[in-house]
Every structure is written in structure tokens, then in C-alpha cells.
Design a protein around this ligand. Structure first.
Ligand code: NAD
Ligand code: WQD
Length: 355
């Protein structure tokens, strides 16, 4: 492990029990940071920290079960710890649900971010990495999307991420010492290579990789491929999948780059490489040695044919690029699925019980 550069020694991770947040905790612990987590466990289990600590071989400094919109409780966390930087993952992320519960999505995602900014300002914490999303590009067309592509969010979830970016840009103008990096992730997937951490959605997965993985293990009998008539080589939609380990590595590198700058920058986080739904099916089948039965059905409303990152800006700025390919994402997701056939559910500590 290396020692952290600059002064960012204690990092507050919001949403640190979630899919990407839990992997980020490991990455930061592995590189010498002190990690403090706040998470309301609305979409995660506190159980995950035992695994984080087992994988990292170190303890998380503190875990606070709280909603970041609870300003008093959040402020008390900043009172207790000298926080050098914040990595802000906490949000609701289900696109379909956001169309049914728009107020809850704006309230949680935008309200959570403003609450966090107020606490940071009051405690003079000046470094922030924010989880944004390729969904801000909406139905943008074109093969490689760079950061200057217009934002055209098409659902409340995406709009909430775009609004957060706007809020952050405005706050930077009025607080010149603040340094913000907005990372627009494309499609993070895969799992920690240990098989102890991974993606464990509640109920039926919305996203492709967890769905495919549950078909491979036999929890679901087949995949529905949403659309076989897109203008792509095999007719199925193309996305830019990024290994979760590369995703969190980028956050750790981002912290180094926040130490000596102010203002806001926005970067895509993707591989720059597109894979179709059938590419994913074939890669997962090869990684697992299991067939993935599928039916091609109608398009999913709101889906676009192709969304691939122009990932060069971050490479130019930091000399960083992802290194793990689709085969590695499938291998690691499958390893996690095999060791945890029911995700975290089978081993989750329910509140009030002992593991
Ligand atoms: P996740 O749902 O697994 O994790 C989010 C965590 O935040 C959960 O542990 C949840 O309990 C917590 N949380 C939510 N609202 C909270 C609140 N008000 N207070 C405290 N904790 C709260 O999601 P993830 O996949 O790990 O995503 C992390 C971030 O990355 C999110 O902001 C998401 O919008 C963004 N993102 C994810 C993807 C993806 O494909 N997974 C793509 C682009 C952007
Ligand atoms: C990928 C492809 C589906 C499930 C979402 C959010 C986006 C961002 C990343 C948060 C699409 C197809 C899927 C299935 C399928 N998240 N598919 N059968 O839609 O690219 O992006 O996650 O910020 O905001 O929208 O990802 O994994 O849902 O779908 O055929 O059962 O797989 O149609 O083409 P998506 P996904």
C-alpha cells in the first residue's frame, strides 16, 4: 500500500455501504486513508463492513447510520472527525423508480447533496468527489461522448444528477477554496476479486450484469434482451462497461488531484469501448461455463442504442485509464455470485441480531 499524497488523510464516504461505495472503502483503506462512512442503509446492509474490513485487513474508522439530509446528525459527524475530503456516493439510483417517485428522488439526491455542502462549508472541508452519471447525457447521439456533449436528462434520476452538478458549479463560484470533481460513470459492474464484495440488488435486478449473473446461477430462468432491432452490428444496445475496481481506483486518484486545485471539473469514467448486450451474454457464459438462455423482446422505454464514453480527458489529466476488460468484469461478478448465491441476503445481519 502507498501513503496518501497531500493532506487528504481522512475521507468521509457517503453511501459507503453501497455497491461502489463499499469497494471504494477497500481501495482507500488499502492506500492508507482513514475512512469514515455515513449511510442510512436504505439500499444496503451494515453487514458489508465486516467484509470490507476482512478484505482490506484494516478497520473502517467509524460508520454512522444516518440520512445525510439530517443536518444535525451530519454536522455532529464533522464535529467529531477532522475530515479532509468527501467522496459522495449516497443517492437513489433506479431510473424506473425515479419516474414513479420523482419528488423522493430530487429530495434525496439533490437535498442530500445540499445538506452535505452546508456541513462541509460549516466545517471548512474543501474537497469533494461527486458520483455523477452518463445518464445526464440522456438520448445524446454519437459514438463517443465527451464531456462537452449537451446534458439532456430524460428521467428524474438523471435530472437529479444534473441538478447536483449545477448546484456544485454554483457553490464553487461562491466558495473559491472548494475543489470538486464530478465523475460521470458509464456502466460500473463486476465485483471485488476476493468474491466478498459485489453487486447485490434488492429484488429483480434492473441492470444487465446482475441479471445475467442470476440467470447463470439459476435464480432466474432466462434473460430478456430489450431490443434486437437497434442500428448496431448485432441489433442489441451498446454500453460502456467499467470494472468497479477501476471505478474506485479513479476515485482514489481523484483525491490526489484534488489536493492542489480549486474549482470544479467534470470527467467521464468509462473504458471508451462499447459492448452489446449479446457481447455481455457471451462473455458471461464463457466466464461462468454456464449457458445464459435469453429471449429478445421489445425495447425498454427510454433506452438508447449506444452510449460509449470518450474517456480521454481523464487519461490526459491524470495519466489514468481503466485496465480491466469485460472478461475480468464477468469473471469477478461470477466469483461473487457463486460465493453469494443470494447476494448479501443469505448472510446479511438483520438489525437486532448477531451474525
Ligand atoms: P447503491 O444503491 O448500491 O449505493 C448507494 C448507497 O447510498 C446505499 O448504501 C444507500 O443506502 C445510501 N444512501 C442513499 N440515500 C442516502 C441518504 N440520504 N443518506 C445516507 N445514505 C444514503 O448505488 P451504487 O451503485 O453504489 O451507486 C453509487 C453512486 O454512483 C450513486 O450516487 C449513483 O447514482 C452513482 N452511479 C451509479 C451507477 C451504477 O451503475 N451503479 C452509474 C452511474 C452513477
Ligand atoms: C444495459 C443494457 C438494456 C437489463 C443504467 C442507468 C444509468 C447508469 C448505469 C446510474 C441496456 C439491456 C438490461 C435486462 C437487457 N446508472 N438490458 N435486459 O440502462 O445502460 O444504464 O445504469 O447512473 O443511469 O440508466 O444499464 O444495465 O440497465 O442496461 O437487455 O434485463 O442492457 O436495455 O441496453 P443502462 P443497464
Amino acid at each position: 500500500t502507498s501513503t496518501p499524497k497531500g493532506a487528504a488523510a481522512t475521507v468521509l464516504v457517503t453511501g459507503g455501504a453501497g455497491f461502489i461505495g463499499s469497494h471504494a472503502c477497500v481501495e482507500l483503506l488499502d492506500h492508507g486513508y482513514e475512512v469514515i462512512v455515513v449511510d442510512d442503509h436504505s439500499h444496503s446492509s451494515p453487514q458489508v463492513f465486516r467484509r470490507v474490513e476482512r478484505v482490506a485487513g484494516r478497520f473502517v474508522g467509524a460508520v454512522y447510520e444516518l440520512d445525510i439530509r439530517d443536518r444535525r446528525a451530519l454536522s455532529a459527524v464533522f464535529d467529531r472527525h477532522r475530515v479532509d475530503a468527501v467522496v459522495h456516493f449516497a443517492a437513489h439510483k433506479a431510473v424506473g423508480e425515479s419516474t414513479r417517485m420523482p419528488v423522493q428522488y430530487y429530495d434525496n439526491n439533490v437535498g442530500g447533496t445540499t445538506s452535505l455542502l452546508l456541513a462541509m462549508r460549516a466545517h471548512d472541508v474543501r474537497r469533494l468527489v461527486f458520483s455523477s452519471s452518463c445518464s445526464v447525457y440522456g438520448d445524446a447521439r454519437g459514438t463517443l461522448l465527451d464531456e462537452s456533449a449537451p446534458a439532456r436528462p430524460t428521467n428524474p434520476y438523471a435530472a437529479s444528477k444534473w441538478l447536483c452538478e449545477r448546484v456544485l458549479a454554483d457553490v464553487c463560484r461562491h466558495w473559491p477554496d472548494l475543489a470538486v470533481l464530478c465523475l460521470r460513470y458509464f456502466n460500473p459492474t463486476g465485483a471485488h476479486p476476493s468474491g466478498l464484495l459485489g453487486e447485490s440488488p434488492d429484488g429483480e435486478p434492473d441492470n444487465l450484469m446482475p441479471y445475467v449473473s442470476q440467470v447463470a446461477i439459476g435464480r432466474r430462468d432466462h434473460l430478456r434482451v430489450f431490443g434486437g432491432d437497434y442500428p448496431t452490428p448485432d441489433g442489441t444496445a451498446i454500453r460502456d462497461y467499467l470494472h468497479v475496481m477501476d471505478t474506485v481506483e479513479a476515485h482514489r486518484v481523484a483525491l490526489d488531484h484534488l489536493a492542489d486545485r480549486t474549482g470544479m471539473r467534470i470527467f467521464n469514467l468509462g473504458s471508451g469501448h462499447g459492448s452489446s448486450v449479446l457481447d455481455v451474454v457471451r462473455a458471461f457464459s464463457a466466464a461462468s461455463g454456464r449457458p445464459i438462455p435469453y429471449d429478445v423482446v421489445g425495447r425498454r422505454p427510454g433506452d438508447v442504442p449506444e452510449l460509449v464514453a470518450d474517456a480521454r480527458a481523464v487519461a490526459r489529466a491524470w495519466g489514468w485509464r481503466p485496465t480491466r476488460d469485460l472478461a475480468a468484469m464477468c469473471r469477478d461478478a461470477w466469483h461473487f455470485q457463486k460465493l453469494n448465491p443470494h447476494g448479501y441476503a443469505g448472510s446479511a445481519r438483520r438489525p437486532g441480531t448477531k451474525e
